[in-house]
Write a protein of this length. Sequence first.
Lengths: 111, 115
Amino acid sequence: LAKTTQPISMDSYEGQEVNITCSHNNIATNDYITWYQQFPSQGPRFIIQGYKTKVTNEVASLFIPADRKSSTLSLPRVSLSDTAVYYCLVGDPRYGQNFVFGPGTRLSVLP
Amino acid sequence: EAEVAQSPRYKITEKSQAVAFWCDPISGHATLYWYRQILGQGPELLVQFQDESVVDDSQLPKDRFSAERLKGVDSTLKIQPAELGDSAMYLCASSPPGTSYNEQFFGPGTRLTVL
């Protein structure tokens, strides 16, 4: 299983763009990169998933360099409601499992 | 929008008692997961089902935990006997079949407190 490393916590202000970087040096060829968001007392929620280059949806963008050893989740113009824990996971989706959640990054958005 | 259902939402029990949690995944989702999340940590996978079969239960403490998904739909996770260290949030998730990537849909969880 590819191990991931991400900052434990980050602070930002409303309206700013937030970039959370995740390192996954031993990512395998068939592994995808997935990000989840979790609010207190709720289950995690899927944000975005990608394999290479850039993926964008209505919530976030995911940037993956050519070597795929890291990835960056970008949240545009954050609001107070984006305060949550963000998890980066790496795994082979063909097997539908083995997505190991680390401690995540606790993002605090300040007014 | 379809959601994963879990019950109860909260459970308080005394150590050595038996507890059971129920999960109803999104209709049509063949894969079901049970996770345990201790406060301040990420979720830890306990068991994964593909239809009614266990795919991975390597992290399930089998001396006290059991899980079943008899008809390949809803699932039950049981702890007997409960210990103080079992206090945690128990999350159920499901994912649809045939997708080229894995997006897990999580339920609201069951908060277990063992006294």
